[in-house]
Design a binder for this molecule. Structure first.
Ligand SMILES: NC(=O)C1=CN([C@@H]2O[C@H](COP(=O)(O)OP(=O)(O)OC[C@H]3O[C@@H](n4cnc5c(N)ncnc54)[C@H](OP(=O)(O)O)[C@@H]3O)[C@@H](O)[C@H]2O)[C@@H](O)CC1
Ligand SMILES: Nc1ncnc2c1ncn2[C@@H]1O[C@H](COP(=O)(O)OP(=O)(O)O)[C@@H](O)[C@H]1O
Length: 474
């Protein structure tokens, strides 16, 4: 609590260094953080007032006493007190409700939140502690307040602890959080892993994971990748995965399909098989690829074929038609499963709305069910690996078009083929794909196609490499 409150004080001071600071303290530990922040703001020379609810929380009571001991002033919290004090404030710190909040919001606090929202709309900056009050930690939705009152005042800056919560990453809730500053705090790693909170790697961190080739690399050392997909009507899916794999650096890409796949790049080696299953499963150990992506447009028999291919224990991306719950228990550590929210809902036996309301928990549940690594696609995408979650923001709404996920599957297979672990391939592949989308969107906007994104993969790789502290040409 001490570290958390101090970080809030520093952030409030950076955001709005002038004028009195008004802190709103609820009855839980979130309120305790507010009392700690008040004490630090006072030592920074600010004029500070705390408006507080009574508390039964021992640490909050302790920090209220500490606040009083340094001469700090506390007044009872009410909507009218906030309306009265807010106009003179240079900054307001919202420590009303944090992760302990569960809707419905009680009317008394709804009035306080309404008064806070009014102050914010008149231009007083608001710093939220951990979460803007009224948001639920694990939900992308903004709960309604009582009697048509707003459920949250939102914030200009949210200082959050330990890890990023779903409410700060997704949907309408995230739009209320303003800028988000993450304070990791010194708490046991297994405590963090038990929460549905995510890390967000920087581009420099992602770039450090990218494969580096020796000068004498050749096509046989850069990864032999198979794309297994395509069915009459969905042949393009396999083709786009193949292009994604080539553009993400695979040395040799072979596309196996039961249908005629269009030759999108002459470098792709396309094999059409009358009996796809017999042709692939007859491959001797020495002829098997370094990595494969299975399922893009593969059709109704995808799961049965995928189950056989998983026995090879080769790094494998499972996408689209191969995302079937009957494969649970057949995965291994080098698998990457790439559902979008609809596919994730099918795998979890729930609704798409449930998945999009809390993508962090959905991704974590899927990873536990399927093993290996799960990429829950969206804007942003979540990577769930054993013991943790990573979120990749970025990309562009123009990427909401058919074929984008197929390209990603090819990229992931290429990175697996170049020797990355499933976790590193997922984290780097998702970011490369999103960065390529950002670049292509500068030209194509909402008219973006998956082929445009694949064209930009080389540039995206260069962009990420440039983020390394000592720039290493990609
Ligand atoms: N864990 C850690 O290691 C760290 C945790 N930290 C901090 O702890 C925070 C979590 O603290 P927490 O668990 O005390 O909950 P918190 O968000 O203050 O809410 C509880 C209060 O809300 C009230 N309340 C609830 N529902 C309500 C409703 N519908 N409508 C109205 N009121 C409602 C509830 O009232 P009661 O039910 O008790 O009457 C109670 O007073 C976390 O967000 C972070 O800031 C940091 O210090 C860093 C280290
Ligand atoms: N609004 C968005 N912002 C960022 N990325 C997006 C957005 N919409 C879609 N994407 C990305 O595009 C891809 C879409 O995948 P998917 O739905 O499987 O497409 P398809 O099945 O047509 O290949 C995912 O990687 C997703 O993260």
């Amino acid at each position: 609590m001490e570290e958390a409150g101090r970080a809030v004080a520093d952030a409030a001071q950076d955001l709005a260094p002038q004028g009195p600071a008004l802190l709103l303290a609820g009855g839980g530990a979130n309120g305790g953080d507010a009392f700690v922040a008040a004490r630090h703001l006072l030592t920074l020379g600010r004029e500070v007032l705390v408006l507080a609810l009574p508390s039964r929380h021992p640490l909050t009571r302790l920090n209220r006493r500490r606040w009083r001991a340094v001469g700090g002033v506390t007044r009872p919290l009410s909507a009218s007190a906030v309306s009265h004090r807010a106009p003179g404030a240079g900054v307001i710190v919202d420590g009303l409700l944090g992760t302990g909040f569960g809707p419905p919001l009680r009317p008394a606090l709804a009035g306080v939140i309404g008064a806070l929202g009014a102050a914010r709309s008149h231009g007083t900056p608001v710093v939220a502690i951990d979460l803007p009050s009224g948001l639920e930690e694990t939900s992308a939705l903004v709960p309604d307040g009582p009697d048509g009152l707003p459920g949250t005042a939102g914030a200009d800056l949210t200082v959050t602890f330990m890890g990023l919560k779903a409410a700060l990453l997704f949907g309408a809730a995230a739009a209320q959080a303003g800028r988000v500053q993450l304070i990791p705090l010194r708490v046991p790693g297994d405590w963090v892993q038990a929460q549905a909170v995510a890390e967000q790697p920087t581009d420099a961190h992602v770039a450090a994971l990218l494969p580096v080739r020796r000068a004498d690399a050749h096509k046989g050392t850069a990864g032999r990748v198979w794309i297994v997909g395509g069915h009459p009507g969905t042949v393009g899916a396999a083709g786009m995965a193949g292009v994604g794999a080539l553009r993400a650096g695979a040395g040799l890409v072979t596309l196996h399909s039961a249908a005629d796949v269009p030759l999108l790049m002459p470098e792709l080696m396309i094999h059409r098989h009358a009996d796809l299953r017999a042709a692939l499963l007859g491959t001797p150990e020495s002829g098997r690829p370094d990595a494969l992506a299975v399922g893009m447009g593969l059709g109704p028999d995808a799961a049965a074929l995928a189950r056989e291919l998983l026995r090879w224990q080769r790094p494998t991306v499972l996408d689209a038609d191969a995302l079937q719950i009957e494969l649970a228990g057949h995965g291994h550590a080098a698998c990457i499963w790439t559902p979008h929210p609809g596919e994730a809902a099918r795998l979890l036996g729930t609704s798409t709305q449930d998945v999009t309301r809390d993508p962090l928990s959905a991704a974590r549940a899927l990873q536990q069910r399927l093993s290996g690594v799960v990429v829950l696609k969206g804007g942003p995408s979540v990577v769930a690996y054993p013991g943790g979650l990573s979120v990749s923001r970025g990309g562009h709404p123009g990427m909401a078009s058919g074929g984008m996920g197929d390209t990603l599957s090819g990229i992931l297979a290429a990175l697996l083929g170049q020797g990355l672990s499933a976790r590193d391939a997922a984290v780097t592949g998702v970011r490369l794909h999103a960065r390529a989308g950002e670049r292509a969107a500068q030209v194509h906007g909402y008219g973006l196609s998956a082929s445009d994104v694949a064209q930009e993969l080389g540039g995206a790789w260069q962009d990420l490499s440039a983020a390394l502290p000592a720039h290493r040409p990609g």
